[in-house]
Design a protein. Structure first.
Ligand code: 5GP
Ligand code: MN
Length: 342
């Protein structure tokens, strides 16, 4: 990793035209690491554009300079501008994803880009399209890796309040507010340096978690009362959301984030799954405890990946067929599920 950071340091000694991209349906880590990295690069005299493949959840728009993020598809999409910026860039940064498929169509332009490519990520399956890879699956968040790069190159005093807010948001959310197994001493030490800038920690939590549209809260209520199924023999909870339900609750980007976690709050449950019918596909979110790898399950059966305890996948089958398929696979995982400590 240090060699990779040295290569990056060398590249950044001359001014670069940078494009930063993140995964589709960006979460707080994708956005926070991208914006934190953009602010750093601009402070060092580079010119920077930030592109998201899809729309950004409203509860992430408080992030410093979030308004400047271009979207390739979605409500205010600018595909041509995005494509030209990528073609023109001398450095294309890929943050918080390691498979180009997670960019949807934008992945093609990134793949064909002439500029140098930098990957900064903590997911399990890196593709080897990048020239420089700061890739560490032990890192809790991509924002933690950005913290590491900046502090290696310019020291831990380099951060300012906007940068710290962005990076803290990514670390805080990807550690489940500092409670998942990925919450290491390094995480707390990084956060300590960020907090020395004097940003308001409580504001970041409020903006992300205490900022839901009323209809989103009602959607959560509906899922918990009507759509949460528990299979005690597999220690598994699952929930489904149809396109009609999403429409009824006017659910937009980011509104379903976090719902899958409720399943793990049920006693003895060690795996929780949320199936969402959206835009001609079914998006699946998996969460687990301990040794049980939902990443392997998502990868083996649902075209996905992620982390051991938090992963995602998708199918083009109907919602009912997807759930049926999942239930069919469950017996193969029974012994693993039963052996998890909770
Ligand atoms: P979420 O359930 O919050 O959408 O995703 C959980 C984790 O799985 C995140 O780290 C996310 O990056 C990863 N993930 C979600 N969907 C996919 C997917 O389709 N492919 C891969 N490789 N990872 C995914
Ligand atoms: Mn992340």
């Amino acid at each position: 990793m240090n060699q990779q950071i040295d290569a990056l340091r060398a590249l950044l000694t001359s001014p670069q035209k940078v494009v930063i991209t993140m995964h589709r349906d960006p979460d707080a880590d994708a956005m926070g690491s991208s914006l934190g990295w953009a602010l750093y690069l601009e402070a060092k005299g580079h010119s920077v554009n930030v592109i998201s493949p899809t729309d950004i959840a409203p509860n992430l728009m408080w992030m410093p300079t979030a308004g400047r993020v271009l979207t390739y598809e979605g409500n205010k999409s600018k595909p041509k501008v995005c494509r030209e910026l990528i073609q023109d860039a001398t450095l294309v940064c890929c943050l918080d994803f390691s498979a180009l498929s997670r960019l949807k169509e934008l992945g093609r332009w990134v793949n064909e880009a002439q500029g140098a490519k930098l990957l900064v990520d903590h997911h399990i399956e890196p593709e080897t399209f990048a020239d420089i890879m700061v890739w560490d699956t032990e890192a809790a968040a991509t924002a933690q890796l950005i913290y590491k790069i900046v502090s290696e190159i310019d020291g831990p005093d380099f951060f300012d309040v906007p940068m710290a807010e962005c990076l803290y948001a990514g670390i805080m959310t990807d550690t489940g507010s500092f409670r998942h197994g990925n919450t290491t001493p390094e995480v707390h030490l990084a956060v300590a340096d960020l907090m020395r800038t004097g940003f308001e920690v409580n504001k970041v939590h409020r903006m992300i978690f205490d900022n839901s549209p009323l209809l989103r809260m009602k959607l959560v209520g509906h899922v918990l009362s009507e759509k949460l199924h528990v299979l005690p023999e597999y220690r598994t909870a699952y929930m489904t959301l149809t396109a009609t339900e999403l429409e009824k609750y006017k659910s937009g980007a980011g509104d379903t984030d976090g719902i899958v976690n409720y399943g793990l709050q049920v006693e003895d449950v060690v795996m929780s799954v949320l199936f969402i019918e959206r835009k001609g596909e079914v998006k699946i979110s998996f969460r687990s405890f301990g040794e049980f790898s939902v990443r392997d399950l998502a990868n083996a059966h649902f075209n996905g990946g992620g982390h051991r305890n938090a992963s995602g996948g998708r199918t083009t089958m109907s919602l009912d067929d997807t759930v049926e398929q999942f239930l069919k696979f469950l017996p193969f995982y029974k012994s693993q599920l039963l052996s998890v400590e909770k």
